[in-house]
Design a binder for this molecule. Structure first.
Ligand code: ZN
Length: 684
């Protein structure tokens, strides 16, 4: 799946994925609900709300509860997959947090706790994003003091180890820069397997692994070339006692067996309260797969799962993503439990239903329009629980399954997580970036009132219609624009959405509440393209990422081409640069004009024109503006990365019978981590 991960830098505009608006939610929650609950190192911890929980039936609540337990039971797996020492280090750190008898108010302890929190956040010793090992900002002497003044019996000392040896060993693992410096090695000149800390391979070299799988595929007499299984997806590769390369599957009775048995236990419970036969069947198929470890069963499961589009409740649970394996075949364990966000689904349905109208009325040359256009439907979900690799750092959208042949023949589920998105939005509105960079209170008010809805509608239009609109002239292919294909394609989809978000059709379809609402989106888009997004780039560098190039291209092109009519203005106040939009109607005309031009470049495969427009407007940065943006962002101390703690479920019983399940929102990150460790530690 393509995961959409948010880097939470800015009061940033578009995140480059589909997501939805949530009417009236702002008024309902934003003032009273505390989203951000912790901040340390480069990380911010938030909570998300599970909207419409009370509209679920008791049976659906039970189903979510059981699936959520299954999501928690795999927690140890992800720590172990990320590195073979992680579980030992985790038990060591947690024993100190729980039993250290010394001073817990001094700076050393605080620095130690920052390390522990980072360790939990990354599910191990390596940064979740950069993959580099990070270290506690304390001395080894202080760490020894922590070890000496905590409950000795509760440390994970090996049977053949003295406590003294254990202390030396664990200190070395945490502090020594030569032990597992990188989670994933990407230097192709090196052995990617032996130089990566990830625990998918042991005692084998990259060559041995590659030969093993090449032979396996060659000799697989049952192989179906049209429907290849995902070789190696759910196994660790090592050597047996005779030195032969072998695979050890992660399954009931295999590696990670004790945790997987618990997952299966809760999945079985879930199957008894499934909403329908379809859903029950894929839950049972997943259990069958966890029990056998058979990858053909995994494919069968995915086909059943992707075809279940009618159930309200849904989940992801399994060994799924292969990003963490330097060879791209072993999957990390992850889980998400969710249910459909019905209100927001209505919106994407509405947009898709009207796809032809949008195509017919688009401001591009008629020869580039599609005669018949089909909108893409994205499912919008409310997350109820995150687990494994999706916890605490979560994607905001997922697209599964991964096997290409299943996607082609049976389809895929593209989902966006509306309540996670909303929590991010709320956190951003309060991080101070709008107050620092927006031209006046008027723009801030607009953003508060309509920003979330308008931005998300823009992304919907981009995803559901923008990419699918227009057509190529005969004989023209995407590849002709080469390295400019991506920025041009993203520019096109963005312009399509920007043009339409200001259309009366939005009010007619009831997609926006007010004729002014689109202005919130326009302002943020231009400000982001001209200034805010520059904060993510090192001073002196060019813009290289495709989405960032497209935003700069649109904003800078509109600024320059609107100069005569003073559409967008740079205003200096107290030595600071502000962006002011003087004429929103003219700005929309500029979007239309640029869309026509970009569509022509795409439809005719005009490489030279693509190169010229991208290089002129989307790559170079004005040094002084760049420097100013970075200087103004610095004191805001905005966390680049965010993650979430989960809600808790409270079971209400009458006698033995469950009569309700209520949802609660804890606000202590450390406490949730310690509780999970106490309740869900199933691996040695
Ligand atoms: Zn796009």
């Amino acid at each position: 799946m393509k995961k959409n991960v948010v880097i939470m830098f800015l009061g940033l505009a578009l995140l480059g994925m589909a997501c939805q608006s949530q009417k009236n939610k702002e008024e309902k929650n934003s003032e009273t609900f505390q989203y951000v609950i912790d901040r340390f190192a480069d990380i911010e911890i938030m909570r998300y709300q599970v909207d419409n929980w009370d509209k679920l039936s008791l049976q659906q609540k039970e189903l979510i509860y059981y699936l959520s337990e299954a999501a928690r039971c795999g927690r140890d797996i992800i720590f172990d997959q990320n590195g073979k020492y992680n579980l030992t280090v985790k038990r060591t750190l947690e024993n100190i947090v729980n039993t250290y008898s010394g001073d817990k108010n001094d700076d050393n302890w605080k620095a130690f706790m920052v390390y522990v929190k980072r360790f939990w956040f990354s599910n191990g010793m390596h940064h979740h994003y950069s993959n580099a090992k990070f270290y506690p900002e304390i001395s080894t002497d202080y760490f020894e003091n922590l070890l000496n003044n905590s409950s000795e019996n509760d440390f994970p000392v090996a049977t053949n180890q003295s406590f003294g040896d254990f202390k030396k060993w664990v200190t070395d693992i945490i502090f020594n820069e030569n032990i597992e410096p990188l989670k994933i090695c990407q230097d192709v000149k090196k052995d990617l397997v032996t130089n990566s800390a990830v625990n998918f391979y042991e005692n084998v070299t990259q060559k041995e692994v590659e030969k093993y799988y090449a032979d396996l595929k060659k000799n697989d007499i049952n192989a179906n070339k049209e429907e290849p299984i995902s070789y190696g997806l759910n196994t660790k590769v090592t050597k047996d006692k005779d030195g032969r390369v072998v695979e050890l599957p992660w399954k009931v009775g295999g590696l990670y067996g004790p945790a997987i048995e618990k997952i299966v236990y809760w999945l079985e419970k879930a199957s008894t309260v499934a909403e329908n036969e379809e859903q029950k069947n894929h839950i049972l198929k997943l259990i069958e797969y966890y029990t056998s470890g058979d990858l053909k069963t995994w494919d069968d499961y995915n086909i059943l799962w992707v075809k279940d589009v009618n159930s309200l409740v849904d989940y992801v649970n399994g060994f799924i993503e292969v990003y963490t394996d330097p060879l791209g075949q072993k999957a990390t364990w992850e889980a998400v439990v969710n249910f459909k966000d019905l209100e927001n689904n209505k919106r994407t349905e509405l947009i898709s239903e009207n796809a032809q109208w949008f195509e017919d009325n688009s401001p591009i040359d008629a020869i580039y329009k599609k005669k018949e256009v089909k909108g893409v439907m994205a499912k919008v979900i409310t997350v109820a629980q995150l687990g494994g690799e999706c916890y605490p750092a979560t994607p905001i959208g997922i697209n599964l399954p991964n096997a290409n042949w299943i996607r082609k023949h049976h389809g895929s589920k593209s989902v966006t997580m509306s309540n996670i998105m909303y929590a991010y939005h709320q956190a951003r509105m309060k991080n101070g970036s709008a107050q620092e960079f927006y031209y006046s209170e008027k723009e801030i008010e607009l953003a508060k009132k309509y920003g979330y809805e308008a931005d998300n509608l823009q992304v919907d239009l981009h995803e559901c219609l923008g990419h699918g609109s227009g057509q190529m002239l005969p004989g023209i292919e995407d590849g002709m624009l080469k390295n400019y294909h991506s920025p041009i394609e993203e520019t096109r989809a963005d312009l399509f959405s920007l043009y339409y978000i200001a259309d009366d059709k939005m009010l007619e379809l009831n997609l926006l509440p007010d004729p002014e609402a689109y202005k919130a989106c326009y302002y943020k888009y231009i400000l982001n393209g001209m200034m805010l997004q520059l904060n993510r780039i090192n001073l002196g560098d060019d813009i290289s990422q495709a989405h960032m190039r497209n935003r700069a291209l649109i904003a800078n092109w509109c600024y320059e081409n609107g100069l005569e009519k003073n559409v967008i203005e740079k205003v200096m106040k107290n030595g600071k640069t502000y962006i002011k939009i003087n004429d929103y109607v003219e700005l929309r005309k500029l979007f239309a004009q640029l869309l026509a031009e970009i569509q022509k470049i795409k439809s005719t495969g005009d490489y030279e024109a693509a190169r010229k427009i991208v290089e002129t407007y989307g790559v170079k940065i004005d040094y002084d503006i760049h420097k100013e943006v970075k200087e103004r962002f610095a004191p805001l101390n905005i966390a680049p990365y965010g993650g979430f703690i989960n809600p808790e479920f409270k079971i209400v019983k009458k006698g033995d019978k469950i009569v309700d399940i209520q949802i609660e929102y804890p606000n202590d990150y450390t406490q949730q981590m310690l509780e999970y460790s106490k309740k869900y530690s199933y691996l040695p």
